[in-house]
Design a protein around this ligand. Structure first.
Ligand code: ZN
Length: 391
């Protein structure tokens, strides 16, 4: 049985639903300490939502020109949903038809296991590397993510720790491990728009003010900007910025009452061609031009990040070709991840992990054959970065 598979199964057996790490990081720490890693557990959050984070680092023995490669990920998993809907118990790793089933099989306990085993293999062949190796793990990626990776990043930033490369093990592949990696993510920003009107009898509209009628033309204008990709055109790495209404609430439920207010929630997924300020300014301009009486509360969920092709991207691309023959696709699609926090203290960040088709679902699973592939891609990337340091 492959050692990566064995470790992945050990982790899947732990019911580590956010924010409970359920002992996963201890298992990993026990593998890393004998390899020369210094372990630091950073707990954060209130007593009823305590998050466990692990920062493990292995520096070269002798003073040398080094660069730091961080493997980042999470030991927590999303809730299982009803056990009876699973074919086998979500926390009992089970094999069927060449696949390993269990919560976290894809997102992302196999990646975490592959981090550790690839490092073990790398250090066996290169016992004294110039590369500084580190792991950054959290038990709060799937939850609010306020006491997880961001806390570790802030701690490292305060110490002046320099990170050069980071591989986040999120499941990025579409059909086969290695076919897609993320070299950036869009930003996310939400707005809650409250339009004020005057409630009244439908039969006496001159005594009322209908907020839905007031806001409708402005929304039509915003929709038109969106349809024309008019926020920005995107760029070589990003799709155009997208704006979507997620909720629209108004009315009392009665058919003879003009509502007193309307509340509209919307969200931007934005590229590096726009900023929160530029988007906010345009939305306000449209609303103001229509003379609407409103308040608007903004929440920035995450800024976009982009790693342009360089040492890390080319090493990962080459490692994938060597292992699988695939010319990987660079993408910035999908939701946000903890990479948005790491990108603030690390110039080159990519996400590379297994096929994401079954993540967060009932009967989450991974192809067993892909587990070795992923581990080998990680190891080959380390070998390439080490070789570039020795050049
Ligand atoms: Zn994940």
């Amino acid at each position: 049985m492959s050692r990566t598979l064995q470790l992945a199964e050990q982790l899947i057996s732990r019911p580590s639903v956010t924010p409970d790490d359920a002992g996963c990081q201890q298992i990993l720490g026990e593998r890393l300490a004998p390899l020369g890693f210094t372990l630091e557990t950073i707990e954060s959050g209130p007593a009823d939502f305590r998050v466990t984070n692990l920062w493990a680092v292995r520096r070269p023995a002798a003073a040398t020109a080094t660069k730091t490669l961080v493997f980042a990920g999470h030991t927590d998993v999303v809730p299982t949903g009803p056990f009876e809907q699973w074919t086998s118990h979500p926390f009992t790793p089970t094999h069927r038809g060449g696949k390993l089933y269990g919560r976290g099989a894809c997102d992302m306990k196999t990646s975490v296991a592959a981090f550790v085993i690839s490092i073990e293999e790398f250090l066996r062949a290169t016992p004294d590397p110039k590369l500084t190796l580190a792991l950054l793990l959290t038990s709060d990626e799937e939850g609010p993510a306020v006491d997880g990776t961001v806390v570790v990043c802030n701690t490292l930033a305060a110490r002046g720790e320099v990170l050069d490369y980071c591989i986040v093990g999120e499941p990025t592949a579409v059909e086969r491990c290695g076919d897609m990696i993320k070299n950036g993510r869009r930003g996310t920003m939400s707005g809650k728009l409250t339009v004020k009107g005057v409630q009244g009898h439908i039969a006496y509209p001159h005594l009322a003010k209908n907020p839905v009628h007031a806001v409708a033309p402005a929304l039509a204008e915003l929709v038109a900007i969106n349809a024309a990709a008019g926020w920005d055109a995107g760029n070589a790495y990003f799709q155009p910025t997208s704006w979507q209404i997620s909720n629209f609430h108004s009315g009392t439920g009665a058919s003879n009452v003009i509502p007193g207010s309307a509340v509209i929630d919307f969200n931007f997924r934005f590229s590096t061609e726009s900023t929160p300020e530029s988007l906010q300014k345009r939305v306000h301009a449209v609303l103001d031009a229509h003379g609407i009486d409103y308040t608007l509360a903004w929440t920035i969920g995450g800024l976009p990040f982009l790693t342009t092709p360089g040492e890390l991207v080319s090493s990962v691309q080459a490692a994938i070709v060597d292992e699988t023959g695939i010319a990987t696709e660079l993408s910035t699609s999908g939701g946000t991840s903890d990479a948005r926090f790491i990108a603030k203290i690390c110039k080159q960040v990519v996400e590379l992990g297994p096929v994401n088709a079954s993540i967060h679902k009932i009967d989450e699973h991974i192809d067993v054959a892909e587990i070795e592939t992923l581990k080998n891609i990680y190891r080959r990337t380390m070998e390439r970065l080490e070789a570039s340091l020795s050049r």
